[in-house]
Design a protein around this ligand. Structure first.
Ligand SMILES: C[S@@+](CC[C@H](N)C(=O)[O-])C[C@H]1O[C@@H](n2cnc3c(N)ncnc32)[C@H](O)[C@@H]1O
Length: 342
């Protein structure tokens, strides 16, 4: 799919508010005034996000963070204050007009903060993120990942630049099922954050394939349904009856997604050496990765191999699991599918 349509759309959106692009939430209701009062008003007027990346609320002083597709830089500016002068905020966008505007607003923001920890970078995160391996402690984005033309490369790149044990946290549009071909072919629908979205299933698959674990997908609100999509992108003549009935079934949601880069490489052989794990909630069950054995029901003690025990003892899982160390001398046993350990 052509990047040209996306570039053209966001060049216009950088210079004046594009109301039909907005499915944003009101940041004034989501953050306290003192978290936002260093940011010029115009930045909020051109909000092209679809939610609030969960990690944006919980950043800590000293963190090194990366915002993908920051647009005018709103989320970078919020992050800059939270990570403080010892932290660093990178914003990577492929649109030079957006970057020019973001750098212009940055002058005001850093003058008000009294320090400059923000760097806007030019590039495409679905080609290469211009940051070394294992550098950032959080990656976030807001209504951007669906615009990546090459999703596999995009998520592999995110995994590469994240430090081990760190998280990816984003808001994005996600669909109930795979989108019908007629919609995926619409360039305008791509640029509007519609045609490039992945289904919940496809998104978790590409995250797992890229190496992420502990994926949580939270549906925030229903954004658009099939009939609206038909009205926005097709006039009657564009679709035959069969295509129309497929597009009518489309359901697009705004979702919050989090995923973690594990503290160790979970691939390779694993041995049970006497560890048990107990998932304490909050959910009824938790899936650690794509391995069907790695599903933990709340309140049920489960044998886990040494590697899984190590993963669960580290954050973010440690706060939801109790891991029991081996009691006495235990003979190590290879965990194979169907055995009790995982
Ligand atoms: C829908 S806007 C979201 C802007 C911002 N995150 C917000 O919440 O207002 C998408 C932004 O992502 C940028 N973008 C889209 N695809 C990109 C890619 N592959 N690499 C880098 N930036 C990209 C666009 O230029 C645009 O600034």
């Amino acid at each position: 799919m052509s990047r040209k349509a996306i570039l053209e759309k966001y060049t216009k959106a950088a210079l004046s508010t594009e109301p039909e692009l907005c499915c944003s939430v009101d940041y004034r209701k989501e953050f306290k005034a003192e978290e936002l009062d260093h940011i010029p008003e115009e930045v909020f007027e051109r909000n092209y996000g679809c939610g609030v990346p969960p990690a944006l609320r919980t950043l800590k002083p000293g963190e090194n963070v990366l915002d993908l597709g920051p647009g005018l830089g709103r989320d970078c500016f919020i992050a800059a204050r939270k990570v403080g002068p010892r932290g660093r905020v990178y914003g990577l966008d492929m649109n030079e007009t957006m970057l020019e505007q973001a750098r212009r607003f940055k002058e005001k923001v850093t003058a008000r903060l009294g320090f400059d920890n923000i760097e806007f970078l030019s590039g495409r995160f679905d080609v290469r993120i211009p940051i070394p391996d294992n550098t950032v402690t959080v990656i976030f984005s807001n209504c951007v990942n669906n615009l990546a033309v090459d999703k596999e490369t995009a998520y592999r790149e995110m995994f590469r630049v994240l430090r081990t044990g760190s998280k990816l946290s984003f808001s994005d549009i996600v669909s109930q099922d795979d989108l019908p071909g007629a919609l995926v072919k619409s360039e305008r629908a791509w640029a509007d954050c519609v045609a490039g979205v992945l289904s919940f299933r496809a998104l978790s698959d590409v995250l797992y394939q890229s190496g992420f674990i502990g994926i949580t997908l939270h549906t925030d609100y229903l954004w658009k349904t099939g009939p609206q999509v038909i009205e926005d992108y097709f006039d009657g003549a564009d679709l035959d009856e069969c295509q129309r009935s497929l597009v009518e079934k489309v359901r697009l949601y705004s979702a919050s997604v989090e995923a973690f880069k594990p503290v160790l490489d979970p691939s390779g052989a694993c041995y049970w050496k006497g560890h048990f794990a107990l998932y304490r909630g909050p959910g009824a069950s938790f899936q650690l990765d794509s391995d069907p054995e790695h599903v933990f029901a709340a309140g049920v003690l489960k044998e886990v191999c040494e590697k899984t025990a190590t993963l669960l003892k580290a954050e973010p899982f440690a706060s939801h699991f109790t891991v029991f160390e081996p009691q006495g001398e235990i003979e190590a046993r290879l965990c194979v599918p169907g055995s009790r350990c995982c």
